[in-house]
Design a protein around this ligand. Sequence first.
Ligand code: F6R
Length: 611
Amino acid sequence: MCGLVGYIGDREATPILLNGLKRLEYRGYDSAGIAVLQNGNIDVLKRAGKVNDLETLSALHPFASTVGIGHTRWATHGEPNDQNAHPHVDHTGTIALIHNGIIENYSAIRRRLERDGIEFKTDTDTESLVQLISTFYDITGNLEQSVRLALKEVDGTYGIAVISSREPGKLIAARMGSPLVLGINDGEYFVASDASAIVHHTRQVIFLEDGNIATLTRDGYEVKTIGDEAVEHKIEQITFDIEQIEKGGYDHFMLKEIHEQPQTIMDSMRGRILKDKGTAKLGGLRDVVSALEGARRIIITACGTSWHAGLVGEYMLEQYARIPVEVEYASEFRYRSPVLTENDVVIAISQSGETADTLAAIREAKLRGATVLGICNVVGSSIARETHAGVYTHAGPEIGVASTKAFTSQLVVLSLLTLMLGRTRGFISLDEGRKFADELLSIPDKVREILEKADEIRELARQIHTANNALYLGRGYNFPTALEGALKLKEISYIHAEGYPAAEMKHGPIALIDENMPVVVIAPQDRIHEKVISNIQEVRARKGKVIAIVNRDDSTIEELAQFVIEVPTTVDFLSPLLTIIPLQLLAYSIAVFRDCNVDQPRNLAKSVTVE
Ligand code: F6R
């Protein structure tokens, strides 16, 4: 996730900015940069790589400045290279801007400004904003007003900091959907994406609200709305330590990432849903749309959690786009001499974009003539570079080794792909497409509702955390959810857990069931609900402890199960986006009760770059 820091005062800005950026490194990033005002000019240093590299560069170009901004970028639009790193400067070289978030309508703004003769230097969404501010600045000559006018034209999310060489005693910051905090000290002021970047200078802060714009000078600060109205703001005293700040107040990164999902799910669909047309638009697939629409077969290849997302994708794409789909472990696919033709489309799914087996599967598929696409989280990763086309999931960096928000963002992208192909291939009607679009847009709120049950789920975890084994059962779309729930539990709590299609249980695993075996059954009210109830009866008959994930008011299951967790209803193919949330929380809480290292489970690595 990008990080930002800004300073205005009477101390040397560069070391303050570089130290602030170091404190933000934990958020994950791929490039870093600073801009300072010096002798009436904007001076920028930026490069792909680490803050240490930037520091080395800055030692060769010492600045004397007391106002500046700094950024760590986690690429979303455009590769992680020197050019695309922030700060971005407008075409007149007057304004520098750093930005966290996504400008959704950046391409429309860019096209308009390019028609007016403005030359863009980067592939980023952010450059559209600085160039837009610049066009207003030409007219108004007032930085704050120009930022406000530009922000009124922008759709999307932002936390920004802006400086101008024409108003060297000013730093403007604004927020919509991306956190921003102001730091207040004697005669000096800070802005940062989180307090860890500034807490060693001051503990007096103001947390900006969405729609706020702040103007900082050496003499003070002013907070208003973007509509230029005064706002009430409160100065708060930070009492927590840096580690707590980094984890957003949560005890572990995994928990923070679980709770980020309403936001990350929204980010994955941001700007990609065409509600009126009842369809989705995936810009990264523009050049391969006809290959996809006419595909004889889709083969999804991935590892671990990403493979589970692929399984859900298989159910979705076959049901609604009517294209045959196979899902393969990348490690098997690469060595088993698969039969592939140029009418096949291979989709590789990977959070990191660096998984060695998935990368090898891609190379194999390309050699055999297939069109190869990627669904990746990390922009510019090896898989993103080696595939013919692809879609980024925009979940932001995942720090907890066990994947959570990356999984749900992969499901969102697969849903969008299904919607798009289902519509163009004529298997989803306009009305149905609109309904699906609405449902997708309602998922973040529904996830929020489930997250409110964290205490209830912790109590369940307390009751079962000493188990040695657990079984997870689901059918249809929730069979992969069962696999993913079991994987989450085993990898972080070291309890042996198995996921099974519920009906398959009687062909073997039923032998394991006794009064000590927690059996988690995912049983939303879908078309196979009755069948899942029969499977629950089979577990009960053997004294298994049933924990059921159900929709509201499911009295039949409530009578049968020892513990019930309710999730809101949705359409069948989106169900795993909701049912996985309690399973993530359950695995997390059990691991905490067992005193396990949740964020870094033994023997596991975040990115598996070896076979
Ligand atoms: C499980 C987990 C792993 C990864 C797998 C693939 O929580 O994180 O199973 O899903 O190693 O990694 P990516 O998606 O980076 O290719």
